[in-house]
Write a protein that binds this ligand. Structure first.
Ligand SMILES: *[C@@H]1O[C@H](CO)[C@@H](O)[C@H](O)[C@H]1NC(C)=O
Ligand SMILES: *[C@@H]1O[C@H](CO)[C@@H](O)[C@H](O)[C@H]1NC(C)=O
Ligand SMILES: *[C@@H]1O[C@H](CO)[C@@H](O)[C@H](O)[C@H]1NC(C)=O
Ligand SMILES: *[C@@H]1O[C@H](CO)[C@@H](O)[C@H](O)[C@H]1NC(C)=O
Length: 430
């Protein structure tokens, strides 16, 4: 992993991600997420393999942020500000920066706090589909001093090393395009200049929009008390809505019961949204693991987080082993791979939906009774059909609820009330 350097830019004024959502009432800011993989003509198998690989890579980064990793990956982690900063391009949020506005497309990441994009001059950046953001083309950027409070939020190893000025963060103004309505003064925004090693393949996003709990995240800087997202089917190209600052009647049209559980904050890892996962049930089997296997330890290790930037949910190895065994004992098909767990489907049965035990996550006060499409996927390879379970081992003591398991759920983060709610929804109609 090569060194990553970020200089901090301070931006003001409107977000072009924004439009005031009159229909939703109450002045919610609405934007949309797109999936970079959706329009690339990848096969389902390729899509899922990419997802699986990125989820594993992300898990090792998140675990190294908490000191929970059993591997030594923390030693080689890039010098990024914020914990768990590096994300995968699962869901991209589009907006514009500068005067005149230049488009950026960044990953929605509840596992980090800073908002940043790759910037010119880009001596060491990865490929992206949009041009690199060029602050010098903007009439309204200037340098934010290292000693400013926003800059102090970050451990900026690059501070003072750039030709834009010595001992500086980078400062710019941030204006929306014509459609942008929500004026947000003083938004702090990072400029990534040396980003090699961030992405192993051609990511199309240009950076990250941190939605974590820290002071520099987008929800924190917009000073909203809540936000929500609703991920459309992971293989579809239909955009997914994100709402910031929600109306009270958010779930007015919901037909199923809204599930609500507490968000837990950790002083060791203040960025993350921890949940109190209690148990997991596979069909008739409640996994024989103690609650402590999912709980945040006093020393900041372990715990269960909900994450927008991880695809496939990840469980500690011992828990994964139990989940694996519970599926194997209840699915009457030959096992073709153990992680992800896949079963061979005979050619006669290919194309038909195989029986699969229910997967249910029990949280304090809330039950996530996963629909089949949120944990099962079918694929073909070399004439062989298989059915796989979209859960893997985290390789450490943390559990991560990924976005595969959050499809077609409208997920509300109530930051003021420290609660997380979710309800099944048609995300393209939210
Ligand atoms: C930052 O440093 C500059 C120059 O050293 C000083 O003038 C300024 O007051 C400092 N600002 C803060 C917020 O400490
Ligand atoms: C990434 O994309 C660029 C431009 O589209 C292309 O030239 C390059 O070969 C791609 N790299 C990989 C590793 O796919
Ligand atoms: C979101 O926050 C606003 C402002 O505090 C509040 O009026 C609204 O009821 C909240 N919405 C939900 C769904 O919690
Ligand atoms: C943190 O606490 C857990 C559970 O009490 C323990 O298993 C683990 O070894 C501790 N980790 C460190 C780094 O002290």
């Amino acid at each position: 992993m090569k060194k990553l350097t970020l200089l901090l830019a301070l931006l003001t004024s409107a977000l072009a991600i924004s439009c005031i959502d009159a229909a939703a009432g109450g002045g919610a800011i609405r934007t949309q997420l797109t999936r970079p993989d959706a329009s690339r003509g990848l096969t389902r198998r390729q899509l899922l393999r990419r997802m699986a690989r990125r989820s594993k890579a992300r898990a090792s980064r998140l675990l190294s942020a908490t000191g929970s990793s059993s591997s030594s990956s923390s030693a080689s982690a890039p010098t990024v500000p914020g914990k768990g900063q590096v994300a995968d391009n699962e869901y991209l949020i589009s907006f514009a920066v500068g005067t005149p506005p230049q488009p950026v497309q960044v990953t929605l990441d509840t596992g980090s706090d800073l908002i940043w994009t790759q910037c010119q001059p880009c001596p060491s950046c990865y490929d992206q589909s949009l041009p690199y953001y060029d602050p010098s083309l903007s009439a309204t950027w200037s340098v934010l001093p290292c000693n400013s409070s926003s800059c102090n939020q970050l451990d900026l190893s690059s501070c003072g090393t750039h030709s834009w000025g010595s001992n500086t963060c980078v400062y710019t103004y941030f204006y929306g395009d014509q459609s942008g309505d929500a004026a947000v003064p003083g938004l702090a925004f990072g400029c990534g200049l040396f980003n090699n090693g961030l992405y192993s393949d051609n990511a199309t996003g240009s950076g990250i929009a941190g939605f974590g709990r820290g002071a520099l995240s987008l929800p924190s800087q917009l000073k909203v008390d809540n936000f929500s997202y609703c991920f459309t089917d992971i293989t579809s190209s239909t955009p997914s809505p994100v709402l910031l600052g929600l109306p009270a009647n958010l779930y007015g049209g919901a037909t199923a019961a809204v599930q609500t559980t507490s968000l837990i904050q950790s002083s060791d890892n203040p960025t993350f949204y921890y949940l109190s996962l209690k148990s997991i049930t596979v069909g008739s089997t409640r996994l024989a693991v103690p609650e402590s296997a999912f709980a945040l330890a006093n020393n900041g290790s372990g715990g269960t987080i909900i994450d927008s930037g991880t695809s496939v949910s990840l469980l500690p190895p011992l828990v994964y082993g139990q989940l694996h065994d519970a599926f194997v004992s209840q699915v009457k098909l030959p096992v073709t791979s153990d992680e992800p767990l896949c079963f061979a489907v005979s050619s006669a049965a290919a194309g038909k939906k195989q029986e699969v035990p229910k997967l249910v996550l029990q949280f304090e006060g809330a039950t996530l009774d996963l629909p089949r499409e949120n944990y099962v996927y079918e694929m073909e390879q070399g004439g062989q059909s298989s059915m796989c379970i979209a859960v893997m081992s985290s390789g450490g003591d943390m559990s991560i609820i990924g976005n595969y398991q959050q499809q077609n759920l409208h997920v509300l983060y109530d930051l003021a009330g420290n609660k997380l709610s979710f309800v099944p929804a048609d995300c393209d109609k939210v």
